[in-house]
Design a protein around this ligand. Sequence first.
Ligand SMILES: [Fe+2]
Ligand SMILES: [Fe+2]
Length: 188
Amino acid sequence: MAEQSGTKPVSDKPFLTDVKTLRERARKHIEQGAITEGYLADRDTVVKILNEALATEIICVLRYKRHYFMATGINAESVATEFLQHANEEQGHADLIAQRIVQLGGEPNFSPEGLATRSHAEYVEGSDLIDMIKEDLVAERIAIDSYREMIAYVNTDDPTTRRMLEGILAMEEEHADDLVSLLETMAR
Ligand SMILES: [Fe+2]
Ligand SMILES: [Fe+2]
């Protein structure tokens, strides 16, 4: 740490590509749009993992919707409101992911065939309100771990995908937190 206080550069790696090379590279393969030669990630793998995330989000929308419509009992109203909000936010995640897949030159997989298998999280209906919340919490915890892994995989090779995943991860963590609070409130 003390060594860095002087003028010594942190790394010998050249920082920027010269303007001429950048301009030449940009003219090649213009049909690939946002994907330039500097894109370092394995695009097929990134599209594949994003499609798994897309399936996960769709399953989560379906599960939260089911829970929203099935919520009954004394605490039903506030819990249902939370379920609906989560459903809408998972739909927002699905849309972001699908959009990024297209930007990467891939195709978002919305096929109902095999959807539950592609998804990391499960579709569990739940028997009562507490059971539903617990199942949602399990699903959120699965999503949290898988997004964290995806972020580690993408690392610095695709900063845009990474930023998107980090934003989604933060919201899944909020969802998990909301659900724990609901469980605590209902235990009182
Ligand atoms: Fe989500
Ligand atoms: Fe979530």
